[in-house]
Write a protein that binds this ligand. Structure first.
Ligand code: SF4
Length: 221
């Protein structure tokens, strides 16, 4: 998918940067947004995959074994999943690499984050509609101790060749390049799930759900 929508809500962006809309800094940010929107070509790659086998703390999907108790429990009775990688794209990385000044680079980084978020939302909306998934949730390797980041290599193998497909590759420590990318497994479920519910990290700016200290015991032990 290379035609993802990625409109930025500039009011939210300026609020997140704590900038007054009438300030000179805000004008600079809006100029950067214009440049970013012209440069950006976010993309997504995914596949429809099926669960072959499950154990207490693993799931085999299209022949590839993923080790995670949380993934195993969350997939419960699910038989079909959608592994994916969504990226803000190399074009946007190249755009931001030409920006001077620490403050401007920070603003550019936030703009890239907003573009990735918008593209990701569009991808999820389109995936859900195309496959009639109803409510869905995602799990992402590396976001919980239970599903370590080294499992990214398996996820990438499952999807195919994200480097050739959409320009995303993994470093030796399994981080994605470009960094403004999201990988995971999406699945249909009636049960509300966010990785953040199991993550006790304080003051995380990206938290999407409150930490539930009892959830591990109640649902996964
Ligand atoms: S709270 Fe932050 S670090 Fe923890 S899972 Fe959520 S987004 Fe990730």
């Amino acid at each position: 998918m290379s035609d993802l929508k990625f409109d930025i809500n500039t009011t939210s962006l300026l609020q997140s940067l704590r900038l007054d809309e009438t300030s000179d800094d805000a004008k600079t940010v809006l100029g950067l947004v214009e440049g970013a929107m012209k440069a950006a070509k976010p993309k997504a790659m995914f596949k429809e995959a099926f669960i072959d086998e499950t154990g207490d703390d693993y799931v085999v999907i299209d022949g590839i074994k993923f080790s995670s108790r949380v993934l195993r429990v969350n997939l419960g009775e699910v038989h079909r999943v959608f592994p994916y990688v969504v990226t803000a794209g190399r074009e946007l990385e190249e755009w931001s690499s030409g920006i001077d000044g620490m403050l401007e680079q920070y603003w550019a980084d936030q703009i890239k984050e907003f573009i990735l978020g918008a593209a990701y939302n569009d991808f999820i909306t389109r995936l859900t509609a195309a496959y009639g998934l109803g409510t869905t949730a995602s799990m992402n390797p590396g976001s919980l101790e239970d599903w370590p980041i080294r499992e990214q290599t398996k996820l990438f193998s499952l999807i195919g060749d994200p480097l050739t497909g959409i320009g995303v590759e993994l470093t030796d420590s399994c981080l994605m390049v470009p960094a403004k990318s999201i990988s995971g497994i999406r699945y249909a479920t009636e049960v509300t799930y966010e990785n953040c519910q199991l993550c006790s990290r304080e003051n995380c700016p990206n938290r999407r759900a409150p930490y539930d200290p009892l959830l591990w015991e109640q649902r996964y032990k």
